[in-house]
Design a binder for this molecule. Structure first.
Ligand code: ADP
Length: 615
């Protein structure tokens, strides 16, 4: 007797161990997994009823009632197991694994599934009345009920195969292949039983399918990996959506800001009443602060996405310091503050690094010192050590300002964190130091600070830069601040400039700024108009907006270049698209330079001088 049951007993032991592991492990509560739990319990009941039927028919051959109860339970279990298996495979193909409604809709969408469900339910009831006969040694079952089980398994296999071929659902190819194997395993067990009726393999084979499913899909660890992949994909999609959103918000905000800053800057205030001139200055200040906020938010997004990169090339630290000196002097002009620069060690004339980021780091620290100091001194201390090919730079920005309370120390580098220490009227976003720290991380540097509340603060940053020119700067302070654009406009009356933008206000702003050079300015409101104008007229420089309806700036540039062989007029993109990498993207498209809106007069001056070859 035990020989006949060997396979079933081994299967039962194995499935009990598997169940223990499965139920103890933490798992996701998907409907799919819930059906699998039912499959596990059904497999156990199936094996128990099979073993019991064999046991009682051997032990008590005269007591037909008890054997027949177990045999009927066994039949019903085989049918319910097959039904649950069908449900499991169909649910695992459904997209939303946790929504009952969508799963029911998904299953009922196929008429064949519905017919099968009704058919199976009727058969469960029918199985109580279907006839069977059985031999005891070996234990062999025959009769209507057995024929039905073979028909049912064939039908179920067909439904599954058809649904696998014609209705892939959310399954990828790999998963479909595993499902296909499990279906074939299921079907093979019935074929084997039909060929060798005495083999008694159905319950053990269905147990094997259950185990197979565990190791391929239902292992909670595998589910976690799937779920993590899924979450990562969703996060990536959400992140891309956030970047697109920020890029478009930044674009939309920059366009009106261009008008606010550009127009308020170009109004001559000399002859205006004092209060009107003051209002214009305030409008301009507010616009600049708003622009700083937009830029900070964009920077923080870039950092978080890991999209901030270094653009290393030779630069002059002396130029940066001179420029910062003039900016600090303008900012503190009305306050009783003295700005000092101290140097220690030898500073090479040319370093290799990301000039813009070095400038941004020092500017953030110096403008904080200006903001949070009412009187006294602000000192920029520069210490340079040359070690081999590298120059180790340490900058200290020392102020005699409001200081930072010790209890606020850890808030300093937190996003949007502004300390509450009597700075209510001082504008800021609480992002500057976070960005500074991230920029330094990127450059392989570090930032620290020390402060005495109400006495002053020292921020220290240090980083290494490669050396491009070892000649030593003798006296940093002796460097003249680079001339700002407003100091000196060259005369551009002999140049023809074309301005292309669909937004009339933007054209007005650019026109006003360019007029101070006395250029001959022509304007166009679309890419098409630009193409028509350039047919008959020769321009020395074209400023082309990117986002325009019908034909955008990039298409217009392509058309300009393809229409005239050897098209030589420099075309500069003038755009409100200012996210990281924009400049590189436009240069790759064939623009010769990039000017972002709101227009920086200094940047505009640089481009004009470069493109028109003005000394
Ligand atoms: P913001 O200056 O835009 O508020 P920051 O990130 O640059 O943002 O600075 C965060 C906070 O750190 C500031 O709000 C201020 O409270 C404090 N802080 C920064 N620099 C100084 C300084 N030099 N002296 C005193 N407090 C400072």
């Amino acid at each position: 007797m035990y020989d006949t049951m060997k396979l079933e007993i081994c299967s039962l032991i194995y499935i009990i161990i598997l169940q223990c592991i499965y139920f103890v492990k933490r798992k996701y509560n998907f409907i799919e997994s819930k059906i699998y739990k039912i499959l596990l319990l059904l497999t156990t009941s199936l094996l128990v009823s099979d073993i019991s039927a064999i046991y009682f028919s051997y032990k008590y051959p005269e007591n037909e009632l008890i054997t027949s109860v177990f045999i009927r339970i066994y039949f019903i279990m085989v049918i319910i197991w097959s039904l649950a298996y069908l449900g499991y495979v169909l649910v695992s193909k459904s997209k939303d694994k946790n929504d009952y409604d969508s799963i029911i809709k998904f299953i009922l969408a196929k008429k064949t599934n519905l017919i099968y469900v009704v058919f199976s339910l009727l058969t469960i009831i029918g199985s109580f009345f279907m006839t069977y006969t059985h031999d005891i040694i070996p234990f062999v079952l025959e009769g209507e009920i057995i024929s039905y089980i073979y028909i049912m398994s064939t039908v179920i296999t067909m439904i599954l195969l058809l649904s696998l071929v014609f209705n892939k659902g959310s399954m990828d190819v790999e998963k479909s292949f595993v499902v296909l194997l499990s279906i074939l395993l299921y079907f093979a067990s019935f074929i084997l039983q039909a060929i060798i009726p005495s083999a008694s393999v159905i319950s053990s084979s269905l147990c094997l399918v259950t185990i197979f499913i565990y190791f391929t899909f239902e292992n909670p660890d595998l589910k976690y990996i799937d779920e993590l992949d899924d979450l990562r994909n969703k996060a990536e999609i959400a992140n891309n959506a956030k970047t697109d959103f920020l890029a478009s918000v930044s674009h939309e905000i920059r366009t009106p800001l261009n008008a606010i800053i550009g127009l308020s800057e170009s109004i001559p205030t000399k002859d205006l009443p004092k209060d009107v001139a003051e209002d214009i200055k305030n409008i301009n200040n507010a616009g600049s602060i708003l622009l700083e906020i937009v830029n900070n938010i964009l920077d923080i997004t870039k950092v978080e996405e890991g999209k901030m990169t270094l653009n290393n090339k030779p630069y002059s630290l002396a130029d940066i310091i001179s420029e910062l000196t003039s900016l600090v002097n303008v900012t503190i002009s009305e306050k009783p503050i003295k700005f000092n620069i101290e140097t220690k060690g030898n500073i090479p004339t040319k370093l290799i690094g990301d000039e813009v980021k070095v400038h941004q780091v020092l500017l953030n620290l110096l403008s904080n010192a200006c903001k949070y100091t009412k009187k006294g001194t602000i000192t920029l201390n520069i210490d340079s050590k040359i070690i081999g090919d590298k120059c180790n730079l340490t900058f200290k920005v020392i102020d005699t300002g409001i200081g930072i309370k010790r209890s606020d120390y850890e808030k300093i580098f937190q996003k949007f964190e502004r300390l509450d220490q009597g700075q209510k009227n001082i504008e800021g976003t609480g992002l500057g130091l976070v960005i500074t720290k991230e920029l330094l991380n990127l450059m392989g540097g570090k930032i620290t600070f020390d402060s005495v509340y109400q006495q002053g603060t020292t921020f220290t940053v240090s980083f290494d830069q490669e050396i491009a020119d070892r000649t030593i700067i003798t006296n940093l302070q002796a460097f003249e601040p680079p001339k700002t654009v407003l100091d000196e406009h060259f005369d551009g009356s002999q140049y023809n400039i074309l301005l292309v933008d669909d937004n009339l206000l933007n054209i007005k702003v650019a026109e006003k700024i360019l007029k101070s050079y006395n250029f001959k300015i022509t304007t166009a409101k679309s890419g098409l108009e630009c193409l028509n104008l350039t047919k008959n007229q020769k321009f020395d420089l074209i400023f082309l907006d990117h986002m325009m309806p019908e034909m955008d700036g990039i298409q217009t540039l392509y058309n300009l270049k393809s229409r005239v062989v050897g098209f030589t007029t420099p075309v500069v993109v003038l755009t409100a698209n200012a996210i990281e990498g924009s400049k590189e993207k436009y240069l790759k498209e064939g623009f010769c330079d990039y000017l972002s809106k709101p227009i920086s007069q200094k940047e505009l001056d640089r481009i004009l001088r470069e493109q028109l070859h003005i000394e």
